[in-house]
Design a protein around this ligand. Structure first.
Ligand SMILES: [Zn+2]
Length: 77
C-alpha cells in the first residue's frame, strides 16, 4: 500500500513542504548539500525551503561549507 493512499491528498502530487522545523509552508526552493565528513563527494542531500526560510537554511549550510546548490522548484516545467 502506498502511504499516500492513507493521506487522501485531494488532487495531484503532494506539495513539497519546507524542511525548516515548525514550518509547513510550501517549498519553492531545493537546497542541495553535502557533508564531506559523512558523505561521499558525489552524494547530495536535499532540503526543501519556502521563500522565507531559503536564506536561513542556505546560511546554515553555507556557514559549514556544506551548501552545493540552491535551485528553484518548478514542478510545472
Ligand atoms: Zn519555511
Amino acid at each position: 500500500m502506498d502511504l499516500r493512499d492513507l493521506m487522501g491528498s485531494p488532487d495531484g502530487p503532494e506539495q513539497p513542504i519546507c524542511s525548516r522545523r515548525g514550518c509547513s509552508e510550501p517549498a519553492t526552493f531545493r537546497l542541495e548539500w553535502n557533508n564531506p565528513s559523512v558523505h561521499t563527494p558525489d552524494r547530495r542531500k536535499v532540503w526543501l525551503a519556502c521563500s522565507e526560510h531559503r536564506v536561513f537554511l542556505a546560511d546554515f549550510l553555507g556557514a559549514r561549507g556544506f551548501l552545493k546548490d540552491v535551485l528553484p522548484i518548478d514542478d510545472r516545467g
